[in-house]
Structure formats: C-alpha cells, structure tokens
Design a protein around this ligand. Structure first.
Ligand code: PLP
Length: 493
C-alpha cells in the first residue's frame, strides 16, 4: 500500500468505525457476540497467503469475519467485569502513535515519546491529587505507563524484593513473603508464580465488607516472622474486583510503621479514577496513599475514557524501580542517559521497547479536561445508584455488600412464601443464583459477571460505558427481574 492508497483506505476504515459506533451507541448490535468457540479457523485459510492480497478484500473479511467476534465493551448494556474505556480522541491518538511506530525505550529512541509521558503522568498525578513527590518533575519519584495493572504490580514487587535484599543480604529468597488479601486481584498470585516467591492471602470478613484490616495483617506478619519468614511487600487494594472493597489503609499505615521493611503497592486499577473527583478522595484513602504507598497504580483503560491499554503507575522514589531493573549494555548507552538528565523509561518496566501510549492520553486529557473526567465518573456513579435503588425495591433480589461507586453486587434472595417456611440453606441459595447467572449469561442483550464472596455466589453489575444511560440501567434491571422470576419458578417446581 502506498501513501495515496493509505489515504483512501484509511478514510473508508474510519467510515466503517463510525458506522460501528452508531450501531453500538443505539444498541443495534447485541452486547454478546453470537460466535461459538473455534468459529474462525474454518473461515480462514490454513496458512498466510504466498503473495500479498488486495486490501479491499482484507478489509471486507475484517468486517464480515472478525467484527462479529468482538465483545462490544463500550455497548450501553455492558455491565460485566469493569468497563474498558474508549474515546475517539484516544483512537486518533493511537493512530498517530502507530504512525510514529517508535519503540521509545529511552530518550534518544524517541525524545517526545519519553517527554510527553513525563508530562502527562504529572498532569494525571495532579488531577488525582497525588503528592508532588510522585511527580516526574520532583526528580525523586515519578510516573510511567505500564501495559497492565498486573505488570505494574509485578515490577513493584521486583523493586520491593531488591530493596529488601539490599538491606538484608543474608536473607534467602524462599523466606520472602508477598502479602495480599483473599480479595486481591490475581495479579498478586501471578507475580508470586513468576518470581517463584511465597504469597500469603490474608482472610477478609464479610462484616468488614471484604476489606483487609490492620489487625489481620499484623497477625499474619507476626505469625510468619516467628517461623523465620520475611514479609517484604503488601499489595493493598482500593476497589477490589469482586465487590469494590477498599482495604483499611489507615489501619494498615499504623501496622507498617512497625515494619519499615515492608513495601506497599496500592492497586486501584478500577477505582483509582474516582480520585479525579475531590469528594471521593477521603473514601479512597488518598491521604494514606500520599503518606505511605511506595507505588500506586490505576488503569486509565478501565474507568478513564482511554482505549486499552494505559495503566498508570507512580513510585515515591524512582530509584526503587531503576535500581531493580536497570541493565545497560553498551548498545543502549547514550550521552543523555549517561548524563542522567533524562528519564530512561526502559528501566521502569519489563520490556525494552514500549508503546507510545502517552499520545492518546494527552489527546484525551486535553479533549475532556479534568471536568470531563469528573462528569464521566459522577454520571456512572449516579447510574449505579439508580440500579441500586431498583434492586432495593425488588422483593426477590438483594444487595450483598454496600454498593461501591459504580459497582453493585447482588443475588437472588427469595423471601419465604409462608411464615412457617424455614430459611433457604446457603448451599441452595448458591445453586439458585448459579441458575440465575446461567440464564442471564444466555441472553444477548445484557452482559454481567459472577463472583463468589467468601463462598457466597453473587452477580456483579458494573457501569462505565460512556453510552450507558438511565434507560439501559432500567432495561438491565427488567431483564434481571425477568430471569430471577423464571429461575424461581423453575426452582419451585
Ligand atoms: N486490579 C484490580 C482491582 C482489577 O479490578 C483488575 C481488573 O479488573 C486488575 C487489577 C487487572 O488489571 P490489568 O488487566 O490491567 O492487569
């Protein structure tokens, strides 16, 4: 394809994307794809073509074969997982980033790739109210974009391990313990598997709304230290995946004062975006994050209007990362790097090459402004309140934990039909709820995810698409009620 062909085909591609978004915004396409596992292989040749093909043919196949296999995460009736952001500003930013095709691993490899990231990460830190020590301009801490929150946690743990081993060179790797709670995202376990380290998942209680408490952390640490284990890092969560629980950072802060070698990574992949609104900062423990988190992560690509991927990570001291990850072979040496006047982001993440993500974030931050972000967060929280109020009016559905921002966890909870009817055993309730979820899952007009909270099977409702309006929330509630009634009817028979 030459430049003029690109011009022609790219215009057509943009038209295709616009048509798709019109259909999606008007909910004219189902939120669940109809394809079955393995649908694609029989539709494609068994090997790549020997010679190049006509672009028009490729574009048509993309539209006919690939698009139907999308899950449209931006659909107004998408209530599963956590939302993944999208904006046209971001899409255009990605297009430009792709046009540059710069693997900006160090300053010289792409000066603007590094410098734009340095600036937008400071903008973002300010907009979330992070302490200036986390700004790149502080020269001490700093922020960068990682692929995912899982990679941010992994590098934070690698950094914590290095810091601990430097202080305690006599320690053995098998003595080191990573702390998470049973509600921490699997990123803690994943990091432990990758690093070959022990991980301890501390139990949380439903009475505490599934948040990690200081006393539970303290007893786990004390128990482990008595048998010679070495606590070196805690992954605390502000907004857990299952129920939006917020670990008790004030109490955790008191505990860590007694264990200064324990590093704290705060994972707020989803909820962190709420920090853009000053009214949510206290609940999300911004003060505590600022006081003692060694690293903090939130995903712009979740609730932050940003096209996948852009996971923002800040560290209190950049040497924390660079001392653990800096390997500079001669071919990567540059005068600017040697002079120490520039940030060399390759020493802040796993890979060498890195995507030019800051372009899309810059476009989005400018296009929406802080007020645009705040409006998006507040709107979706209000939509969730509407959903919560509807569930509260239902005689058969029940909220399981206090709703968390844009997330509500509920279950089917039939009331006894007669006053002398015994309560339904928990095991049976779980079975009924699994049936309900099975029915919801079979629908094509709504998508939700399931979870288990200390053995209790529940359904999650997470709002976040820019296209979701009150009518979609009401339709979702109607669909859920319909399936809940059908489930009960089937179960009672
Ligand atoms: N942390 C939390 C609290 C999450 O909810 C999720 C995903 O939903 C993740 C981490 C994983 O994020 P990523 O896919 O960026 O690794």
């Amino acid at each position: 394809m030459d430049i003029e062909q690109f011009r022609k085909e790219a215009y057509k591609a943009i038209d295709q994307i616009c048509d798709y978004y019109y259909a999606l915004q008007d909910a004219k396409i189902p939120v669940v794809s109809s394809v079955e596992p393995g649908y694609l292989r029989p539709l494609l040749p068994s090997s790549a073509p020997q010679t190049g093909e006509e672009f028009a043919l490729i574009a048509a196949d993309y539209q006919n074969l690939i698009v139907p296999g999308y899950t449209p995460w931006q659909h107004p009736s998408f209530f599963a997982y956590f939302p993944t952001g999208f904006s046209f500003e971001g899409l255009i930013g990605d297009l430009f980033a792709s046009s540059a095709s710069n693997p900006g691993f160090n300053w010289t490899a792409s000066p603007s790739c590094t410098e734009l990231e340095v600036v937008v990460m400071d903008w973002a830190a300010q907009m979330f109210g992070l302490d200036p020590v986390f700004y790149n301009s502080s020269g001490v801490g700093g922020g960068c974009l990682q692929n995912t929150a899982s990679e941010a946690a992994l590098v934070a743990i690698v950094a914590a391990r290095k810091s601990y081993m430097d202080k305690h060179p006599e320690s053995k790797l098998e003595e080191l313990v990573i702390y998470v709670s049973t509600q921490t995202h699997s990123l803690g376990m994943k990091a432990a598997i990758i690093l070959g380290l022990q991980v301890r998942a501390i139990e949380v209680r439903s009475e505490d709304n599934f948040a990690l408490k200081g006393d539970a952390l303290r007893s786990a640490i004390e128990e482990d230290m008595t048998v010679g284990k070495r606590p070196f890092v805690l992954v605390a969560t502000v907004g857990t995946t299952s129920s939006g629980a917020i670990d008790d950072l004030p109490a955790i802060g008191e505990v860590v004062k007694d264990y200064p070698d324990l590093k704290i990574h705060v994972d707020s992949a989803w909820l962190g975006m709420a920090l853009v609104c000053p009214e949510f900062r206290e609940t999300c423990y911004l003060k505590e994050i600022n006081e003692f988190a060694d690293s903090f992560c939130t995903n712009f690509h979740k609730w932050g209007l940003t096209n996948f991927d852009a996971s923002a990570m800040w560290v209190r001291d950049r040497r924390y990362l660079t001392e653990a990850l800096d390997i500079t072979p001669p071919f990567l040496r540059t005068p600017q790097g040697e002079a120490g006047t520039v940030i060399e982001y390759r020493n802040w993440h796993l890979g060498l090459g890195r995507r030019y993500r800051s372009v899309k974030l810059w476009f989005i931050l400018r296009g929406f402004g802080i007020e645009g972000f705040q409006a998006h967060i507040r709107k979706t929280i209000n939509l969730n309140k509407i959903f919560t109020r509807l569930i509260e009016t239902s005689p058969i559905l029940k909220i399981v934990v206090p709703p968390s921002f844009s997330l509500t966890v509920f279950r089917l909870f039939p009331k006894p039909q007669r006053p002398d009817e015994p309560p339904i055993p928990e095991e049976t309730l779980n079975e009924i709820n699994q049936l309900l979820y099975g029915r919801l899952n079979a629908r094509k007009d709504i998508i939700l995810t399931q979870t288990k909270l200390n053995g209790t099977f529940c359904v999650r409702f997470a709002v976040g698409s820019r296209y979701t309006e009150e009518e979609h929330v009401k339709q979702a509630f109607h669909a859920i009620t319909q399936e809940a009634n059908r489930t009960l009817e089937a179960w009672r028979q």
